[in-house]
Structure formats: structure tokens, C-alpha cells
Design a protein around this ligand. Structure first.
Ligand SMILES: Nc1nc2c(ncn2[C@@H]2O[C@H](COP(=O)(O)OP(=O)(O)OP(=O)(O)O)[C@@H](O)[C@H]2O)c(=O)[nH]1
Ligand SMILES: [Mg+2]
Length: 175
């Protein structure tokens, strides 16, 4: 995945990370950046951490996902080099699934970020009641191949399962 389509040479990549409340964004952020379990509380506004990868500095913006915070998501889009969208893969509440899907589609449709790559993270893969890969792709309308997805959404879209309670390096996720 080319994360650099909106960053200047040798400079900074801004990752904007969205998703509904309780999806695990903050837990992932601290797992990637601090490499240990940090007790999280619901995020008011945002958290930001920076990782240095060779000459590139990767700033990860973890944006609060509670309903009242979502109206502010658009302010974190302007400078995004890549969007991460985190989904709780063990979420079985129909309304919450529909809401996550609707918020994801809204972002994919947003003209300001047309062509910005998306990485969709199906988190909480460690939980026994998490949906299978096939079920998740079906549920979120992502069963198309990469070319069809790019044509449909005007974005490069990749999908990955994560477990924020175990060691994941950000580089493993972004290639
Ligand atoms: N089992 C399991 N629990 C997780 C995982 N990721 C997050 N959690 C737990 O889920 C809860 C919510 O995680 P947060 O990272 O605070 O969720 P968030 O997406 O940042 O939520 P908001 O800040 O409200 O938008 C916490 O109790 C986490 O420990 C995971 O991969 N597996
Ligand atoms: Mg949070």
C-alpha cells in the first residue's frame, strides 16, 4: 500500500484513525507505539503519537468515536495521508454494525479525501465470538477484488484483522 500519496518526500505521513466507540483505536495506538497494554478510557477529542520509520515520521491520530465526537471527524481528514478505519469484529449488535458500515461509507464517499488509501482493521480478532473473515467482508460489502474496490470507492482499500492486546508493529500493518 502506498501511504505516501499525500505526503511530501522524506517527510511525514499522517494516519487518521476512525471507527465507532469501543472499536479499540486507542488500544491499538498504544500497542503500536508503547508496545504494552495501557488501560484505556473513551477518547474525548483525540490522541496522537509519532513513530519514526527510517526518514519518515508517521503521526497516528486516534480520533474519538463516540456519537457526539463524530461531527468533528471531518477536521482530521484534510491532512490525512492514509485513513485507518477500526471495526470491532466481535460486535454483534445489528444497529452498531449498520452504524459502523454507514460511517465507513461516508468517509469513503468524502470528496476531500478521494484517492487517499484506506486500511480497514477488523479488531478484537482474539475474541471467540468475533466474526470470520468471510462474514466480515460480506457484512461490510468488501467481497470485491482490489480493482473493483478501487473503481467503486476511488480509494485503494486494504483489510486486515488485528488484536490490540498482542504485539502488532505498525509497519506490519502498513507494508
Ligand atoms: N479482547 C480485546 N479487547 C480489546 C481489543 N482492542 C480494544 N479492546 C478493549 O476494548 C475497549 C475499548 O477500547 P478503546 O481502545 O478504548 O476503544 P476506542 O475505539 O478508542 O473507543 P473511543 O475512544 O470511545 O472511540 C477497552 O476495554 C480495550 O481494552 C482487542 O483487540 N481485543
Ligand atoms: Mg479511544
Amino acid at each position: 500500500m502506498n501511504l505516501c500519496c499525500r505526503c511530501q518526500e522524506n517527510s511525514q505521513i499522517n494516519v487518521s484513525m476512525f471507527g465507532l466507540e469501543n472499536a479499540g483505536k486507542t488500544q491499538l495506538l498504544y500497542q503500536w507505539c508503547v508496545h504494552e497494554f495501557v488501560e484505556t478510557t473513551p477518547t474525548i477529542a483525540f490522541n496522537v503519537e509519532t513513530i519514526q520509520r527510517d526518514e519518515v515520521s508517521v503521526a497516528i491520530w486516534d480520533i474519538g468515536g463516540q456519537p457526539k465526537s463524530r461531527q468533528f471527524w471531518r477536521y482530521y481528514l484534510q491532512s490525512a495521508s492514509v485513513i485507518f478505519f477500526v471495526i470491532d469484529s466481535a460486535q454483534r449488535d445489528f444497529k452498531q454494525i449498520q452504524e459502523a458500515k454507514s460511517q465507513l461509507l461516508n468517509l469513503l464517499d468524502y470528496k476531500l479525501i478521494a484517492k487517499v488509501p484506506f486500511l480497514i482493521l477488523f479488531n478484537k480478532s482474539d475474541l471467540n465470538n468475533s466474526f470470520t473473515d468471510e462474514e466480515l467482508l460480506e457484512e461490510y460489502g468488501l467481497t470485491l477484488d482490489q480493482e473493483q474496490i478501487t473503481t467503486k470507492f476511488t480509494h485503494q482499500v486494504k483489510v486486515m484483522r488485528t488484536n490490540a492486546l498482542s504485539q502488532n508493529k505498525i509497519g506490519d500493518q502498513t507494508g
